[in-house]
Design a protein around this ligand. Structure first.
Ligand code: SAM
Ligand code: DTB
Ligand code: SF4
Length: 330
């Protein structure tokens, strides 16, 4: 079973066989040529510069058993934020309604879990998904690994997309996370796809990876068939108490290159300009939009860290001359 977007992403003109060298050559192209190519692909495949606004909410914060070295919510990191109560259904739906009233089209809910477990909290997740859809918004969940049966139940509740990032290259993965494998990540993505849920899968730059690592991550994403409907590109938010706290900020041009290359490889996917926008500056964000980013996280907070405030973002979009996109369909 495939969603309409998934079927479109199977069009024969979309490639899934990019070689590592081809991707690396794109990432390293003279910037003007890369921007020209990305814009051409973007304008052809997604006419009109429409940007979807997605709001995020952390339903279960901190206390996660995984040891992701970028994440403030891991119990292995002194930044761990456990001790906060899980949000209740009514509170989540109130916040989703407020996000919709502020202009968001998609509502993404996060659980700091290694994997989804059956029981009361999963039943509540299903109720939240139904509630968000009932408000007339796309619903996205990110909660770690899922079984086939859980994915089916999420699909039945109306879930639009499941976010499960590959984060970095298969080669670098073991330096960033040791408590799970790349293969386990890919298997969850397959189960999400098999259940007929859209796949949201991307990564993070700024974790000390090489250009080859970035190319390798993008190659894996573009080899998925169909391409993920949504590809979040994050830059590391270096949080105190995590092993990556001392990483220096990336050059904003690196983000522009990553977005542009993702757009060329996956012409019809939503490329989401995700964490790290506060460090990017207005002009770099506008270049990302021009290079093919067509969604941003919207609202003062990501999961646990800050994000530009909504007025600043509305002004940014107006200055860039892009339109707000509504994708929600009954
Ligand atoms: N536990 C679930 C999982 O890992 O899939 C869901 C929540 S997790 C916080 C969602 C994603 O946020 C991660 O896959 C990672 O890509 C991103 N993320 C987490 N911490 C980040 C940070 N400090 N900077 C940038 N992105 C981050
Ligand atoms: C994604 O790729 N980025 C978002 C969303 N998917 C879930 C999360 C970013 C989290 C940044 C760190 C934090 O706020 O905790
Ligand atoms: Fe953070 Fe998700 Fe890793 Fe848990 S699995 S430590 S919530 S990124």
């Amino acid at each position: 079973m495939r969603t309409q977007e998934a079927t479109e992403n199977c069009n024969s003109n979309l490639r899934h066989d990019w070689s590592l060298n081809e991707v690396k050559e794109l990432l390293e192209k003279p910037l003007m040529d890369l921007l020209w190519m990305a814009q051409t692909v973007h304008r052809t495949n997604n006419p009109g510069y429409h940007v979807q606004l997605a709001s995020l909410l952390s339903v279960k914060t901190g206390g996660c058993e995984e040891d992701c070295s970028y994440c403030p919510q891991s119990i292995h990191n002194s930044s761990d934020l456990s001790g906060q109560p899980n949000l209740e259904v009514n509170s989540v739906l109130r916040q989703a309604k407020a996000a919709k009233e502020a202009g968001a089209d998609r509502f993404c809910m996060g659980w700091a879990w290694r994997e989804v477990r059956d029981g009361k909290q999963f039943e509540e997740m299903l109720t939240m998904v139904k509630g968000v859809k009932g408000l007339g918004m796309e619903a996205c969940v990110t909660a770690g690994m899922v079984t086939q049966n859980q994915a089916k139940r999420l699909a039945k509740a109306g879930l639009t997309a499941y976010n499960h990032n590959l984060d970095t290259s298969p080669e670098k993965y073991g330096e960033i996370i040791t408590t799970r494998t790349y293969q386990e990540r890919l298997e969850t993505l397959e189960r999400v796809r098999a259940a007929g849920i859209n796949v949201c899968c991307g990564g993070i730059i700024g974790m000390g990876e090489s250009i080859s690592d970035r190319a390798s991550l993008l190659q894996v994403l573009a080899s998925l068939e169909p391409h993920p409907e949504s590809v979040p590109i994050n830059s590391l938010v270096a949080v105190e108490g995590t092993p990556l706290e001392d990483m220096s900020a990336i050059d904003p041009l690196e983000m522009i290159r990553m977005v542009a290359t993702a757009r060329i490889l996956m012409p019809k996917s939503k490329i989401r300009l995700s964490a790290g926008r506060e460090q990017l500056g207005r002009e770099a964000q506008i270049l990302c939009l021009q290079a093919g980013a067509n969604s941003i996280f919207y609202g003062d907070k990501l999961l646990t860290t800050g994000n530009p405030d909504v007025d600043t973002d509305r002004e940014l979009l107006a200055q860039a001359g892009v339109n707000i996109r509504i994708d929600y369909e009954e």
